[in-house]
Write a protein that binds this ligand. Structure first.
Ligand SMILES: Cc1cc2nc3c(=O)[nH]c(=O)nc-3n(C[C@H](O)[C@H](O)[C@H](O)COP(=O)(O)OP(=O)(O)OC[C@H]3O[C@@H](n4cnc5c(N)ncnc54)[C@H](O)[C@@H]3O)c2cc1C
Length: 395
C-alpha cells in the first residue's frame, strides 16, 4: 500500500464518486456494465482494449442465465452463441440449441459485454501498477504513470497476484494443483451437447462436448497433474488421448477433425484471508478461485456483482468514508458466503469422488459403482423380460 505523496491537482480529473475497476475480465466487465447502467461513474483499467483469446468458461448454466437476465445482460451472451442470420456460423433459426446447450469462446462474450457498456464507462487501456488507499479517497496509478482518484477500487484481476501483494493481502492455498482443464475444438457433422464420464480410476472429472458457432467444443476436466504423460499426450493428439480414458467420448467424436489445438490450464484453489481493506474490494478469481470443473466460476462472479450492486455499493457510496469496517460487510454477507461455500464444496467433493485418498472416498467410489451397476441392470431388465416373453418365430 502506498502513502499519498502528491497533490490532488496532479490526478486525471475525475469526480470523486468514481468507482475504479481494475481488470476487465468477466468480473470487472460485467460489474462495469451493471454499475454504469445504475448511474455510477465507472473507470475500468485493463491492458487489453479488445480481449485476447483466453481459455475460461464457455457455457452458461440455468442460475447464471437467471442472474444475467436480471441485469439485462443476457443478450450479450445469447447474441454470441446465436449469431444473427447471415453470419457464416449462424445456427438456422429452427435448429438453435437451447442457451444452456451451446457456448461461445470466452473472449467473444467479453467483447460483447464491453461493447454494451454505456457511454459513462471510461476505459483506460493500461495495467495498474499500484493502488494507494485510505478510508476516504483511493488513487490508482497505471504502468504509464497516470493517476486516477475515486472513492472505491474494485480489484478484479483474476489469478494475477501482484496487486494483492501490493495491498498486503495474502492468498491461502486450499488445494494446490487441484485440477487441469483441457479444451480443444473439432469439426463434426452434427454437434451434440453432452457430458460423459471417464473410465473408473482414469482421474477424469468429466468431458463436456457442446456446439459453439462454427465448431464443436470439447472440454475435459481432469485431476491428473499438468506434467502427467497423458496430459502431454492430450496436448499433442487430443482425440487419441481422450479415447484412452473415455470410450463414451470417443464414440461421440468418431470422425471428428481437430480444428483448434488443445490448451491445458492447471488450477489451484485459494482464497484471500482477512480481505477487508480501506477503500478496496476484491471480486471474482481475485478473491477466491473455484475449480473450473465445478462450473461455478461464473455463478460466483454474478453473485458477487448482485450482492455488491444491490446492497453494498449503494450503502458505501451513500455514507461518509470508505473504511474497512464498511467493506468487511460484503465478505460477511450471507448471500455471498452461501455461494462461495457451495462453490468450494462442489470443487472439493468432485475431486475427492474421483481421486480422493482414504477409506471415506474409497467407500464413496464403491457406492457410486454399485449404484451405477444397479441402474444399468434395472434399465436392462424390461428389455430382457420382453425378450423372454416375445413369441419365437415359428412357435
Ligand atoms: C480453463 C478454465 C475453464 C473454466 N470453465 C468454467 C466453466 O465451465 N464454468 C464456470 O462457471 N467457470 C469456469 N471457469 C472459471 C471462470 O472462467 C473464472 O472464474 C472467471 O473467468 C474469472 O473471471 P475474473 O474476471 O475474475 O478473472 P480473469 O478472467 O482472469 O480476468 C482478469 C482480468 O484482469 C486483468 N488484469 C490482470 N492484472 C491487471 C492489472 N495489474 N491491471 C489491470 N488489469 C489487470 C487481465 O487482463 C484480465 O482481463 C473456468 C476457468 C478456466 C481457467
Amino acid at each position: 500500500m502506498e502513502d499519498f505523496d502528491f497533490e490532488v491537482a496532479s490526478f486525471v480529473p475525475y469526480a470523486l464518486d468514481q468507482i475504479l475497476i481494475v481488470g476487465a475480465g468477466m468480473a470487472g466487465s460485467l460489474l462495469a456494465f451493471v454499475l454504469s447502467r445504475a448511474g455510477y461513474g465507472v473507470t475500468v483499467f485493463d491492458p487489453h482494449r479488445r480481449p485476447p483469446p483466453m481459455f475460461r468458461n464457455e457455457k452458461l448454466g440455468d442460475e447464471q442465465i437467471v442472474l444475467l437476465r436480471r441485469y439485462d445482460a443476457l443478450s450479450c451472451f445469447a447474441d454470441v452463441c446465436w449469431p444473427p442470420e447471415g453470419h457464416p456460423h449462424a445456427y438456422p433459426a429452427d435448429a438453435r440449441p437451447s442457451l444452456t446447450d451451446c457456448g461461445a469462446p470466452h473472449h467473444a462474450w467479453l467483447t460483447s459485454v464491453r461493447d454494451a457498456w454505456p457511454a459513462n464507462v471510461r476505459f483506460v487501456e493500461a495495467a495498474v501498477d499500484s493502488i494507494a488507499t485510505s478510508d476516504d479517497m483511493q488513487v490508482v496509478t497505471t504502468a504509464t504513470g497516470e493517476r486516477f482518484a475515486g472513492r472505491l477500487v474494485v480489484v478484479a484481476t483474476g489469478r494475477a497476484p501482484r496487486l494483492l501483494d501490493e495491498l498486503g493481502l495474502r492468498r491461502r492455498a486450499i488445494s494446490p494443483g487441484h485440477s487441469v482443464c483441457l479444451g480443444f475444438s473439432v469439426a463434426l457433422d452434427s454437434s451434440p451437447s453432452v457430458v460423459v464420464q471417464g473410465l473408473p480410476g482414469a482421474g477424469i472429472g468429466y468431458v463436456s462436448i457442446f456446439p459453439m458457432p462454427g465448431e464443436t467444443r470439447v472440454n475435459v476436466f481432469s485431476y491428473r497433474p499438468l506434467d502427467d504423460p497423458w496430459t502431454r499426450r492430450m496436448s499433442r493428439s487430443p482425440l487419441e488421448a481422450l479415447a484412452e480414458v473415455s470410450p463414451d467420448a470417443a464414440e461421440i467424436l468418431a470422425g471428428a477433425r481437430v480444428v483448434r489445438r488443445c490448451e491445458a490450464r492447471g488450477t489451484d484453489l485459494y482464497r484471500v484471508d482477512q480481505p477487508a481493506r480501506d477503500g478496496v474490494v476484491l471480486i471474482g478469481d481475485a478473491f477466491h478461485a473455484p475449480c473450473p470443473a465445478s462450473g461455478t466460476g461464473m455463478l460466483r462472479i454474478l453473485n458477487d456483482i448482485d450482492v455488491l450492486a444491490r446492497t453494498h455499493i449503494p450503502q458505501w457510496l451513500g455514507s461518509e468514508g470508505m473504511a474497512r469496517t464498511k467493506i468487511a460487510r460484503f465478505y460477511a454477507d450471507p448471500a455471498k458466503r452461501r455461494i462461495d461455500r457451495r462453490s468450494l464444496s462442489i470443487s472439493l467433493r468432485a475431486r475427492g469422488s474421483k481421486v480422493g485418498r482414504g477409506p471415506y472416498w474409497a467407500l464413496h467410489r464403491t457406492a457410486v459403482g454399485v449404484r451405477s451397476a444397479l441402474r444399468t441392470a434395472i434399465a436392462a431388465a424390461p428389455v430382457r423380460r420382453a425378450a423372454v416373453s416375445r413369441p419365437q418365430p415359428g412357435v
